[in-house]
Design a protein around this ligand. Structure first.
Ligand code: GTQ
Length: 364
């Protein structure tokens, strides 16, 4: 925004916006401001344009974490603290624009969790929903609401709000996954609760595969009440099926110029996103494909499942390879280029923005 004449930057708020008030007159108002402040009152006109911005002013910045840099710290964390002591042994991705706030974007949390062979992350539950996107390892499970699922690289696994969950590694190598949580949205609204389970693990009262049998084949049992929950009853969307869907799509369907072949994870009960707050998708960018510029109001977390390429956000280019995590902030123009067949998983707060009628996007 251009600075109107006769004003000085001491009124500039942290978004860089200058209010319209007349500077010469401001000096004469200082006594009024001081007396108002004693009554917890503040003048809107000094901050209005920073509060109600002309366009999104994302606090998060484009950023990338390369797995080759992060993995050694995860391994080192295992020597520093046990899962037992940590409850969840997670290294949090701190967006450089939001340091010290455990935010990967303005609204979302992201971190890599590591569970070693034989370890158990004890059962607890909370209002915040979690997604897990498996990065490395095999033969580890998560148990959610009485049912266990084994996790493999590329699987998208859901922990719904207030569902008991514990994780365990029964394999012989470390298990690493990306955690995405919506606790910042829950906390913004003052709606957070959390409780520990009385035992280390919850009892399993459903056989493995029950959720998939009930909801994972485009059919639903006629006599099952899925209740009021907004979260998909499928809590593991296995990569083998996702990858096959993308492949089949790519064989006959014209590629989307802005997204490549991109599919969203859906809740089969209501057709909406798989989770009520976090929108999740997977996209295939064939080797040599370059997307046209796109922007949307949902700051988005990407992780690379397969392939190599680069992403340019408002002129800044990030080169990526498998298991890297990177951020595209709200309303910044993005293009992707794949130098090999590439598969990218994403999550964002789009599911919230759509429900509130806030989402905007532009295909350029
Ligand atoms: O696995 O339950 O990264 O509660 C942060 C909070 C993981 C979990 C996180 C959590 C969890």
């Amino acid at each position: 925004m251009t600075k109107p004449p006769g004003q000085v930057p001491d009124l500039r708020d942290d978004s860089g916006v200058v209010p319209t008030v007349n500077l010469a007159a401001e000096a004469g108002r200082s006594d009024f401001y001081a007396r108002a402040a004693e009554h917890q009152l503040a003048p809107l006109w000094r901050v209005l344009h920073g509060l109600v911005t002309e366009k999104p002013v994302p606090r998060c910045v484009p950023a990338i974490w390369h797995y080759r840099d992060v993995r050694p710290f995860l391994m080192e964390a295992c020597g520093q603290i046990s899962t037992e002591e940590a409850e969840r042994r997670v290294l949090v991705f701190e967006n450089p624009g939001l340091p010290g706030q455990s935010r990967i974007t303005q609204s979302l949390f992201g971190g890599f969790q590591i569970v070693l062979p034989g370890e158990i992350a004890p059962a607890h539950r909370h209002v915040a929903s979690a997604l897990r996107f498996i990065v490395e390892g095999r033969n580890a499970y998560t148990a959610v609401a009485g049912e266990k699922t084994m996790m493999e690289p590329g699987d998208f696994v859901i922990t719904p709000s207030m569902a008991w969950h514990d994780h365990g590694n029964e394999g012989d190598g470390p298990m690493v996954w990306l955690d995405g949580l919506d606790m910042h949205i829950v906390n913004l609204l003052g709606a957070s609760f959390r409780e520990g389970y009385p035992g280390k693990v919850q009892p399993l009262d459903r056989p493995e595969g029950a959720a998939m049998a009930e909801a994972g084949t485009n059919m639903l049992p006629v006599d099952h009440d899925f209740g009021k929950t907004l979260t998909s009853p499928i809590f593991n969307y296995p990569y083998a099926r996702t990858r096959e869907a993308l492949d089949r799509l790519a064989r006959f369907r014209e590629i989307n110029a802005w997204h490549g072949h991109k599919m969203r994870y859906v809740n089969p009960v209501n057709g909406d996103w798989a989770m009520p707050t976090m929108a999740t998708s997977m996209q295939l960018l064939p080797k040599g494909f370059a997307t046209r510029p796109y922007r949307s109001t949902d700051s988005t977390v990407f992780t690379v499942v397969e392939g190599r390429g680069s992403t340019t956000v408002d002129g800044k280019t990030m080169e990526w390879e498998p298991h890297d995590v990177f951020i595209v902030p709200s309303w910044q123009q993005v293009t992707h280029t794949a130098s090999e067949d590439a598969v990218l998983f994403t999550y964002s707060d789009r599911a919230v923005q759509e429900k509130l009628g806030l989402l905007r996007e532009e295909q350029l």
